[in-house]
Ligand binder design. Structure first.
Ligand code: ES4
Ligand code: ZN
Length: 318
C-alpha cells in the first residue's frame, strides 16, 4: 500500500472478537457466547441498523481507561504495520456515557495510546461523533460537556442511523463547534439521499463528507463536490457489508467517482466488522476494480492532503 492517511475509522469498530472476549472476561461481563466463531457469526448485516445493534452491544465490554487504551493501541499497531502515516479516529461518547463511563476515562485511555503512536511516528488525532438519532439537544449537550476536554480532540463528526435524522437538525451544534475552532465532518449519503450531502456541506459547513456515495445520484451535487474538491471518505468493504453498494465489489461506484474528478480516498470504517483494515480495502479495490497503480497512488495521496494534520506535516508525506 502507498503511504496514506486513515480518515474514516470508528475506534469502537476496531474491536476485534479476540479483544472483545478478553475484555468481557477481564471485566466479568456477559457475552452471548465466549466462542469467537459464534460471535463472528453475528457479523452478517442486512443494513446499517443491523450492524449498529451488534456494535452497540459489543461496546459494553469497554469500561476502564485500560480498555480504551488497549482498543486504540491495538488498532494503531495494526495500521502502523500497514504503512499508514496519519489516522483521524472517530470515537462515540454517547454510547459509553449512557453506561456510566466518564468522559475522562474514555479520553485518558484513547489519548495515551495516541500519544505513544505519535512518538513512534504515526500521527493520530481524535474526532468526537454526535449520534444523530439522539437528536440535536443531545448533541449540544455532548458538545457542552466535551469542551473542557477540547485539547484532546480536533473536530466533530456525525454518525449512526442516518435516514430520518438529516444534517439540518444539527446546524446550531456545528456552528458552535466551528466557533470553538473544531474541524467538522459528517456522515452523509451513506443510506440517506443526496439532499443529506447538500445539507452537510451548506448547513454544517463540513470540510469532508464521510461516505457520500449517494451524491452520484445528483449531477449538480457532483459538480459542486468536484468544483470545491470536497473530500469524500469512501469505505468499500463497509459498503459491501452494509449493502450500501452493489453486492459485487467490481460494481462499486469508486471508479465513477474518480472519473468524475471527485476528491475521493478509501478507508475502513469499522474494520473488525466489515472484513478488513485500510490496507485490505486497498487490496480489494485494486484487485476487483482493476485500478491502475497511478489511481491507487492518487487515492492514497488524496487522504494525506485531505487530512487535518498541519501543512508542514502533510508536506513531509506527499
Ligand atoms: C458507522 Cl458505517 C457507520 N455508519 C454510521 N454510523 C456509524 N458508526 C459506526 N459505524
Ligand atoms: Zn463511518
Amino acid at each position: 500500500m502507498h503511504p496514506t492517511a486513515e480518515l474514516h475509522v470508528h475506534i469502537e469498530g476496531t474491536l476485534e472478537v479476540d479483544l472483545l472476549v478478553r475484555l468481557a472476561q477481564r471485566n466479568g461481563l456477559p457475552l452471548p457466547s465466549f466462542d469467537p466463531d459464534v460471535l463472528r457469526q453475528r457479523y452478517r448485516f442486512g443494513k446499517l441498523q443491523d450492524f449498529l445493534d451488534v456494535y452497540g452491544q459489543n461496546v459494553a465490554v469497554l469500561r476502564t481507561e485500560q480498555d480504551f487504551y488497549d482498543l486504540a493501541a491495538s488498532y494503531l499497531a495494526r495500521v502502523r504495520a500497514a504503512g499508514v502515516r496519519r489516522s483521524e479516529i472517530f470515537f462515540d461518547p454517547p454510547t459509553h456515557l449512557a453506561r456510566g463511563i466518564r468522559m475522562e476515562t474514555i479520553l485518558a485511555g484513547l489519548t495515551a495510546a495516541l500519544d505513544e503512536s505519535r512518538a513512534d511516528g504515526l500521527s493520530a488525532d481524535l474526532i468526537m461523533c454526535f449520534q444523530r438519532d439522539l437528536g440535536a439537544d443531545a448533541a449540544m449537550g455532548l458538545l457542552d460537556m466535551a469542551l473542557p476536554f477540547r485539547d484532546q480532540f480536533i473536530g466533530v463528526g456525525l454518525d449512526s442511523s442516518e435516514v430520518g435524522y438529516p444534517p439540518s437538525l444539527f446546524t446550531r451544534v456545528y456552528a458552535r463547534a466551528a466557533a470553538e475552532g473544531l474541524r467538522r465532518v459528517a456522515h452523509a449519503g451513506e443510506e440517506g439521499g443526496p439532499e443529506y450531502v447538500w445539507e452537510a456541506i451548506d448547513l454544517l459547513g463540513v470540510e469532508r463528507v464521510d461516505h457520500g456515495n449517494r451524491a452520484l445520484e445528483d449531477a449538480d451535487l457532483v459538480r459542486r463536490l468536484r468544483d470545491d474538491q470536497i473530500p469524500l471518505t469512501v469505505c468499500p468493504l463497509s459498503n459491501l457489508a452494509l449493502r450500501t453498494a452493489p453486492p459485487e465489489l467490481r460494481d462499486h461506484p469508486l471508479p465513477v467517482m474518480i472519473e468524475e474528478g471527485l476528491n475521493v480516498s478509501i478507508h475502513s470504517d469499522d474494520p473488525a466488522y466489515f472484513g478488513g483494515y485500510i490496507d485490505d480495502n486497498f487490496a480489494a479495490v485494486t484487485r476487483e476494480l482493476g485500478l491502475s497503480s497511478a489511481q491507487t497512488a492518487t487515492l492514497a495521496r488524496n487522504a494525506l492532503t485531505s487530512s487535518f494534520a498541519s501543512p508542514q506535516e502533510i508536506a513531509g508525506w506527499v
